[in-house]
Unconditional design. Structure first.
Length: 148
C-alpha cells in the first residue's frame, strides 16, 4: 500500500504510518538511535522519516531506477543505498551543513516546531537553538518576548 508502519514491540497501540512514496516500498530500517527510519521504493527515492511520524521526511533523489535497500551507518549520519540501476550511493545527512546553508540564505530562524520537525532536535534543544539564533541577529526570541 506504499506505506511503512512503525509498530510498538509489545503490540500495543496503533502503528505510526509513514506515507509519501509514489511506488511500492522495498525496505525500511531504523537509525542506530531509533529516532529515524529510512525507506526505499520503486519510485527511485529514499526517504528518511522521524520514527514518531512527525514532520515531513527528507527525500533523497538520484538513483535512475528502483531503490532496493538502505541502511544507516553506525553513527546515523550517513545512509548507503543500493538500486536496480547498478549503483550504490552514500548520502551524508549533515544537519550542520543544512544550518550553514540556511544562515547564508536568509536571516530567518527556524521555529521550535520546525527545528523539531526538520532537524530532529528535541524540544529543549530546539528551543535553545532557536533562541540562540534570534539573539545572534540582535533580536529578542519570541518565547522570551511572550514569557511573563
Amino acid at each position: 500500500d506504499k506505506t511503512a508502519r512503525v509498530w510498538r514491540a509489545d503490540g500495543q497501540g496503533e502503528p505510526v504510518v509513514l506515507r509519501g512514496h509514489a511506488g511500492q516500498m522495498s525496505s525500511a530500517a531504523f537509525s542506530p538511535d531509533g529516532q529515524r527510519v529510512v525507506t526505499t521504493s520503486e519510485d527511485k527515492t529514499v526517504r528518511v522519516w522521524r520514527a514518531d511520524g512527525q514532520g515531513e521526511p527528507v527525500v533523497l533523489r538520484g538513483h535512475a531506477e528502483e531503490v532496493l535497500s538502505a541502511v544507516f551507518n553506525p553513527d546515523g549520519r550517513r545512509v548507503v543505498t543500493a538500486s536496480v540501476d547498478g549503483t550504490a550511493r552514500l548520502w551524508t545527512l549533515s544537519i550542520d551543513k543544512v544550518r550553514q546553508l540556511l544562515r547564508k540564505a536568509n536571516k530567518d530562524c527556524l521555529s521550535v516546531d520546525d527545528r523539531m520537525t526538520y532537524i530532529g532536535e528535541t524540544e529543549s534543544e530546539a528551543r535553545e537553538h532557536y533562541e540562540a539564533c534570534e539573539r545572534s541577529y540582535g533580536r529578542v526570541p519570541l518565547s522570551a518576548a511572550t514569557d511573563p
